[in-house]
Design a protein around this ligand. Structure first.
Ligand SMILES: Nc1ncnc2c1ncn2[C@@H]1O[C@H](COP(=O)(O)OP(=O)(O)OP(=O)(O)O)[C@@H](O)[C@H]1O
Ligand SMILES: [Mg+2]
Length: 474
């Protein structure tokens, strides 16, 4: 057999469908075999019990006869003979033994030879004796003044095995029928159970990273397969959304990188066009320096974004003292704030450490304070505060300014990458890339926290960050 065909047959036999078929067939067959054997054995048991009861009834009648006719032995024997004759065609036999069971006082001529094997010392008050061919019920005379003789009435038991065989003959074809039907039923069941799965496989085979429009069919029956299809569909939605965002991001990033590069290129070309004075060269160099700084900042921000989005924050979590971090941020921005005539304050700072990536947390505060100072005119105030929320075991950080504010239409977009409310309103030295808040958001998400904004145009803005304090910190 060629290797490919062999491989395909192996896959077929290992398939879920084949395994389901095999298992369901096995379970049905075992159940049927147990049921048929039980019915057969129940019949055998029932016949044996019935036989014992009937024989015991006869024995008791004979005991009564003995009691009635004692000591007239001939009369008793006549009674026994009459009974034996009455049941001769069924093969019933009678034996009258003395109290030691050594001597037979009388026996019908069809009685099996002695001794028989004791089959049952009855919890009732009779015994059962027998061999492979006979079953005999025995009782002892128990009347004061009478000998303690034993009376036995027995029967051949061939009819029991004959009846059981007859039943077996009826049940065997039924079993055989189920034997053939079980695998077919199992296959049908497995095919139906697997069909939705195969549909899922067919659909997922058609999915490509560049072609994520298709969704798995949800049949609406609410079973596990439906739940799985819904979960996969939600996941596909997220992937498609993520890919679309990444495409936009790439386009925006390329666009943002192109502008300073174009400015550098044209400045160099214009300068090289003809001989220039030293002052003109110096001016061009300043311009190049400015654009290079801008490019450097943009590349740094893109790297930070990639870093925080990769969830790398998770790997460097260590206790970070919040108070020191806020004080450092104030220290760092104090000269800029002073230059712009903005008061920078840190109030209500809780002396607390949280489990976080220290450098990312610093970046978060830097971006928020940078924005607050950038968008607050002279004489305004920027305030940093923090408090602990014991109920949720989080710390709440706020950066509030008395600046220009953000319009309600712009608020939903401020965390979008490259989004800037109104570029023309930004002072030239405050030119940004619209990436600061996206970086803040991905840092906060990487720390399993939340970030939100509250703002009124002309009155000011508050950014609120909630971060889990982390395990092991009290
Ligand atoms: N405190 C604030 N007051 C008013 N507007 C704000 C404030 N913070 C952010 N914004 C608005 O949200 C936009 C997005 O902010 P973000 O920090 O992402 O970008 P940016 O500051 O313009 O550039 P970058 O941070 O990349 O240098 C800003 O351009 C600004 O319009
Ligand atoms: Mg910013």
């Amino acid at each position: 057999m060629p290797a490919a065909t062999l491989n395909r047959s192996l896959v077929f036999f290992r398939s879920l469908k084949m395994r389901l078929t095999a298992w369901s067939t096995l379970v049905v067959l075992i159940t049927v075999i147990i049921a048929l054997v039980s019915v057969r054995e129940a019949l055998r048991y029932y016949l044996v019990v019935e036989t014992d009861t009937t024989l015991d009834h006869e024995v008791r009648e004979l005991l009564l006869a003995v009691e009635a006719h004692h000591p007239d032995r001939d009369q008793i024997v006549a009674e026994m003979r009459r009974k034996a004759e009455g049941h001769r065609e069924r093969g019933w036999h009678i034996r009258w033994l003395d109290e030691d069971r050594r001597e037979t006082i009388w026996a019908s001529d069809n009685a099996p030879p002695q001794p028989l094997q004791k089959l049952l010392s009855s919890s009732k008050d009779y015994n059962v004796w027998g061999s492979n061919e006979f079953r005999t019920v025995e009782r002892q005379l128990d009347r004061p003044g009478l000998p303690k003789d034993f009376i036995r009435v027995g029967t051949p038991i061939k009819f029991i095995s004959e009846d059981v065989d007859r039943l077996t003959n009826i049940l065997a074809p039924v079993g055989l029928f189920i034997f053939v039907l079980a695998p077919l039923g199992g296959l049908l069941l497995a095919t139906r159970a697997i069909e939705p799965l195969q549909q899922i496989i067919r659909t997922t085979e058609r999915l490509r990273p560049s072609h994520l429009d298709e969704r798995l069919q949800v049949r609406g029956v609410g079973d596990e397969l439906d739940q799985m299809a819904t979960k996969i569909n939600t996941f596909l939605d997220q992937i498609a959304d993520h890919l679309a965002k990444n495409r936009d991001f790439m386009a925006n990033a390329a666009h943002e990188l192109r502008s300073p590069l174009a400015a550098i290129q044209s400045a160099v070309e214009v300068t090289l066009d003809k001989p220039r004075t030293a002052v003109e060269y110096e001016e061009t160099l300043f311009l190049l320096h400015d654009q290079c700084r801008h490019l450097g900042q943009l590349v740094n921000q893109l790297l930070q974004l990639a870093h925080s989005e990769a969830g790398e924050a998770d790997r460097h979590h260590e206790p970070v003292p919040l108070q020191a971090l806020i004080e450092k941020t104030v220290e760092m921005f104090a000269p800029v704030a002073e230059e712009r005539g903005v008061t920078l304050l840190a109030t209500d700072v809780v002396p607390l450490s949280i489990k976080a990536d220290g450098s990312q947390l610093r970046q978060l505060l830097t971006n928020l304070v940078d924005n607050a100072i950038k968008f607050t005119p002279a004489d305004g105030t920027v305030t940093m505060a923090s408090k602990r929320d014991n109920a949720t075991n989080t710390v709440i950080l706020t950066v509030t300014d008395t600046g220009i504010g953000i319009s309600p239409e712009a608020i939903p977009h401020v965390f979008d990458r490259f989004y800037q409310v109104n570029q023309s309103r930004q002072r030239n030295d405050a030119r940004g890339n619209g990436l600061g808040l996206s970086i803040c958001q991905s840092i906060v998400y990487a720390h399993r926290g939340t970030i939100s904004v509250n703002s009124r145009v002309g009155e000011g803005t508050t950014f609120t960050v909630m971060l889990p304090i982390g395990e092991g910190i009290v």
